[in-house]
Write a new protein. Structure first.
Length: 196
């Protein structure tokens, strides 16, 4: 089994995306309290997505551009498109907050639009991740050793503060199956044992 630096983290990101989508689906947008709670869940999800994209842009895409320039260009252009979709969602929260609680119908209508925009964002993210898992992994596995791929992954993980890494771990570990979780924990223990 080859080292896969995309699928495990994507499982965590899909968990965040799907949980946020479920939260929005349960939200009564006429209730300011429920809207505020949902906004926090979606904001946390967006933070994970943006951070992940920044890690890929900074630490993985330069190597990918060397190995498969056309694929790297396609994947790199996907991040700004996804960011535009995220901004389309983010832009509705202030409008929703500005509506009085008495404007229940308008709040529900705007909440419905926000939810649809978020679902479109989820769809784009899922397609983008699928392409990385299928096409990008194929390139990496054909051109690099597992140790070389792991070195790219390690550049990402070492760029994350220990506090933030704990937050990522709380999202990641429950999203993995048993063998993946065990491998991830063993890898973290090995990395912690190595001299800095």
């Amino acid at each position: 089994m080859r080292f896969d630096m995309f699928t495990p983290i994507h499982k965590a990101l899909r968990r965040s995306l799907f949980e946020a989508a479920l939260t929005l689906g349960r939200t009564n947008f006429a209730s300011p309290d429920e809207v505020a709670a949902s906004e926090r869940v979606v904001a946390d999800c967006m933070e994970f997505m943006r951070e992940h994209a920044a890690h890929e842009d900074r630490h993985a895409l330069p190597d990918i551009a060397r190995l498969a320039p056309e694929l790297a260009a396609i994947l790199a252009s996907g991040h700004p498109e996804l960011e535009r979709s995220a901004i389309a969602v983010d832009s509705l929260w202030p409008r929703l907050a500005a509506l009085p609680a008495t404007a229940a119908d308008e709040r529900r209508a705007l909440g419905g639009e926000l939810t649809r925009r978020f679902h479109a964002f989820v769809a784009g993210e899922v397609q983008h991740m699928d392409r990385e898992e299928r096409e990008l992994n194929a390139v990496l596995w054909a051109r690099l050793t597992d140790a070389e791929i792991m070195a790219i992954s390690n550049r990402i993980t070492t760029s994350i503060s220990p506090e933030r890494m704990r937050v990522w771990g709380e999202l990641l570990l429950p999203a993995l199956n048993g063998p993946e979780r065990e491998a991830m924990i063993a890898r973290a223990a090995l990395a912690a044992a190595l001299p800095a």
